[in-house]
Design a protein around this ligand. Sequence first.
Ligand code: G6P
Length: 617
Amino acid sequence: MCGIIGYVGKESAAPILLDGLRRLEYRGYDSSGIAVMNGSNDIHVRKKSGRLDRLRELIKQNPAEGNCGVSHTRWATHGEPTDENAHPHSDQSGKLALVHNGVIENYQILKEQLEQKGHVFSSQTDSEVLAHLIGLHYDESSETDLKKRLTDAVRDSLAQVSGTYGIVAMHEEIPNFLVGARLGSPLVVGLGHDENFLASDVGAIVSHTSNAIYLNDRDLVYMTDGDFRIETMDGDLADYEVSTVDFTADEVEKGDYPHYMLKEIYEQPTSIQNAFRGRLLDDEGSALLGGLGLSPKDLRDIDRIVLCGCGTASHAAMVGEYMIEHLARIPTEVEIASEFRYRNPPVDKNTLVFVISQSGETIDTLAAMREGQRKGHRVLGIVNAVGSTIARESDGGSYLYSGPEIGVAATKSFTSQTTLLALLALLLGRMRHLSFQEGKRMLAEIRALPGKVEQILEQTDKIKEIALKYIDAPGMLFLGRQFNYPTALEGALKMKEISYIFANGHPSAELKHGIIALVSETLPSVFVMPTDSVYEKNVSNLEEVRARKGPVIAVTTEGNTELEKIADDVMYIPEVDECLSPILASIPLQLLSYHFAVARGCDVDKPRNLAKSVTVE
Ligand code: G6P
């Protein structure tokens, strides 16, 4: 949620900040703003509700010059997306500028205390309260070293707040100086030559530097263009490591694609390959997941698995549940992270907990991981973003290596998560009942996935035609059984996320327990029904819909022409082992929702009300 970038250097800050905001816009797009300090130390604030173009236009009409600045793209939590509620926020003196990502939970009490001291607020945000608090500490301090005065003011203010924050602040009495801090919301330091950066994610600064420091919770950093220091909240020097960013600026660009979502759908042959590259053990008919840090005995002792995530990651977890129980016969449960963190389910010492997250920053997933760790469990991560909080704080795990995913609707991360879970299921299976021959067969199936994905992508024109045919549909049902029940959930999530029509996923057989009441001549049902062990059962459910004149779109296995006689439209996936079929079957559904949403004029990369990385509760 909310993107932040701060710059201090020799260049003009505004273009750098605007370019950074463009790359961060997927984090929130309710409003945006910049504050820039010029040579005579005045702070110029420009902010605007709505998309970034509106801010660009404002700055074109009223430029903001200076070599040091902070900026923000907002996903509204407290207060509507108006110009006043846009960041940066100022303090009472108007000399401080602050951008904030997170939620200050006790802002109301603090606001009342500040109002009693005569502070006047111009927004409804919790962030403005923090700006005033820092400003107050600064103004009341007798410290003559102004840099120290500002860092102390930030530290003292943060000690008074409860909630989460990633912040960057600057003060017009201190040229070329930024202060940042984090708790619960990510913040990265970018180190350049004669310039330094602070950003909520590295994607915003990767075109300037690939040297990054991922701050830890309760780190405080202050920087000039040539120097920086990272401290703990107690003022001690913090531990940190300079990392090299593992992707280039080009990878966070759309290239020739009209949307990031389409680009990412088309990247799946490669991203799936990256998920299994170097992890297939032909000699053993098994998989290698060295990052888990588990000995064969540890793996053997597991008698239960919990897979935890939110949104698309929770659907991948459900596929993982079916895979692990099928291949390894280990009881596996999926926990929605936001529930797990408060539900306090029993987890014993032989239970292995995985948290699954593309961004590695989703606050509920992070909190679930910490809750598991607090209870003494080893919690492993399945994460895409290298250096993210979950990647750093988990007790081991595996990266997806999918490259940056910018489209708000997750696509390639789902197929990579499910591929990785297939490797986990195979590894655990080979330590139990799965034979060498079966293991070898699974390896061949996994290796063949990228080629099969290519074949599905060739059908995009046909899938587009199907999408256009149903363009006026008021909603859609997504139905599947067994391995493809989670695929149906994921297909429905994609559809509702980007096209705003009502769409729900259900186990096909649940139709008759209520859902069938929705079936009508105008409501299409999408059946995910490869020719697997439950194919015939799905056919019966499909017929129940047909008998009530409901239009049917089906996803099935190539060569199954029978379905063309009973479904209105058919999309095909190549023949694949049942257990891996969600990896393929999800792709026609991604294309269907993409083309449907584009045709309806929706902004598929920035769907309304959503944000890519949900770092607030
Ligand atoms: C948000 C996004 C979803 C995503 C979910 C979990 O809700 O809109 O697309 O699946 O967060 O994100 P994560 O980064 O933890 O996988």
